[in-house]
Design a protein around this ligand. Structure first.
Ligand code: ACO
Length: 402
């Protein structure tokens, strides 16, 4: 029999921190955030400046390579990505296998992992810098195409091939909303709103999906498998899935007559599992700086597109009431980035179940940057410990005697 006391001696002390509320898993030079002061910076640049002045692809370069690109570097980066926007035609067979109503996140996670089958060079555990760079370019390029394909499949429409004269975000919108039957113009207002949304989601240090990407990558799994795992982690309603859950909640409140007080009371009731979706954050305990930017962007885009959305009025009322309520004040529960993002996605024409996939597209540069940093730092395989609480030694009982 195993001598448990000896095992205990060998394992030494274990820090028990369920949910990693206060345990650092790595050192990182990518994203800084201060939850008390509501500060978020990518590579030292405040999120407010990046959202106002930068483009998503420029931010992707910044996160992955550590510095803002020069004009030439940005042109080269865009050009390299545009060379890989086509997805292997055989990938369409996977699409055919999915039921038409299957959730976009399940499709995206499977499809991104399936890309590894088409790019076997990515399976080499040790790669040159050029090989790693090429894998990064391919993931960035192909994910936008896959997301647009998923949308087209949900409509039963044929896919639209990329137009590489467009920048990354315009190309994505073109593949998503374009039609084979006629030329369409992509509204610059929509392009700029999409850029802001993707920038705000681009990285957020060691959250659930990013930690997943790092931990999967730490076993030397390839970039496609690591990103696919991140997509799965993002899917849940307590993480990226919150943006879908928020709109579903707001719609429900609207159908129920718009009585926000009643729903706030439900969220406070400890016997009711309902939570106010889009409220609260593990790290931000003052305000989420992204929520401030997105709330303003939401007002701007709705005004520019001439949309009057009753759901936005309910959201604002809910926020107003909750921010004064002692339950939310004491627990430091503020609207997070996803409280308003869904309203913008809706205004841009995306159906609700596409919202989390758009979050994944935005988070992609962050996942890549964190995966690359983990590799560059030669971090050991991630392997948390546990406190065992199960049975001590038991003798096997034959099935007839149980
Ligand atoms: N509505 C009502 N009560 C809440 C909410 C909420 N949205 N969020 C937290 N609380 C309460 C909890 O019931 C708990 O109360 P108690 O102290 O009386 O038991 C207290 O606030 C602390 O909550 P925890 O769950 O311990 O906080 P944690 O840091 O673990 O969770 C989380 C953070 C998951 C974001 C949580 O606030 C939540 O579920 N929010 C709703 C989902 C959501 O919007 N997720 C998106 C997060 S942002 C992102 O991933 C991009």
């Amino acid at each position: 029999a195993i001598d448990i006391s000896k095992l205990r001696d060998q394992s030494g002390y274990v820090t028990l921190d369920i949910g990693y509320k206060n345990t650092g898993a790595t050192k990182s030079a990518i994203t800084f955030l201060d939850g008390e002061l509501g500060i978020l910076k990518y590579r030292g640049y405040p999120i407010e400046q990046l959202a106002e002045k930068s483009s998503f692809i420029e931010v992707a370069y910044l996160l992955i390579y550590g510095a803002l690109p020069t004009e030439q570097q940005l042109t080269d980066f865009q050009y390299e990505i545009s060379r890989y926007t086509l997805v292997h035609e055989d990938m369409k067979k996977f699409f055919d296998g999915f039921p038409s109503k299957s959730h976009p996140m399940g499709q995206l996670s499977s499809l991104v992992c399936a890309l590894s089958a088409f790019y076997p060079e990515s399976l080499k555990p040790i790669q040159t810098n050029e090989e790693v760079h090429l894998s990064i370019i391919k993931v960035l390029a192909k994910m936008a195409t896959l997301v647009s394909w998923i949308y087209k499949k949900s409509l039963g429409h044929p896919v639209i091939y990329p137009r590489n004269k467009y920048d990354y975000v315009t190309n994505f919108l073109y593949m998503t909303f374009g039609q084979r039957t006629e030329e369409i113009e992509i509204d610059p207002v929509v392009v700029s709103a999409m850029n802001v949304l993707l920038i705000l989601h681009a990285d957020h240090e060691q959250n659930c999906s990013t930690s997943t990407v790092r931990i999967v990558g730490s076993s030397e799994s390839n970039i496609y498998a690591s990103v696919s795992a991140g997509i799965s982690a993002l899917w849940g309603p307590l993480h990226g899935g919150a943006n879908q859950a928020v709109i579903e909640m707001l719609e429900k409140i609207k159908e129920d007559g718009g009585d926000t007080d009643k729903w706030i009371a439900k969220a406070k009731d400890k016997n009711d599992p309902f939570r106010l979706m889009g409220f609260g954050h593990r790290v931000y305990k003052n305000f989420d700086p992204r929520a401030k930017i997105i709330k303003k962007a939401c007002d701007d885009i709705l005004e520019k597109l001439g949309i009057d959305d009753e759901v936005l009025d309910i959201a604002k009322k809910l926020e107003e009431v909750a921010l004064k309520d002692p339950y939310f004040v004491e627990r430091k529960l503020y609207p997070n980035v996803d409280f308003y993002s869904g309203i913008i996605y809706r205004a841009l024409g995306f159906p609700t179940d596409m919202f989390t996939v758009l979050f994944a597209l935005g988070r992609l540069p962050g996942w890549i940057a964190q995966w690359k940093e983990m590799k560059d730092n030669k971090e050991p395989i991630g392997r948390p410990r546990q406190i065992y609480t199960g049975a001590t030694t038991r003798d096997y009982v034959d099935i007839a005697s149980r």
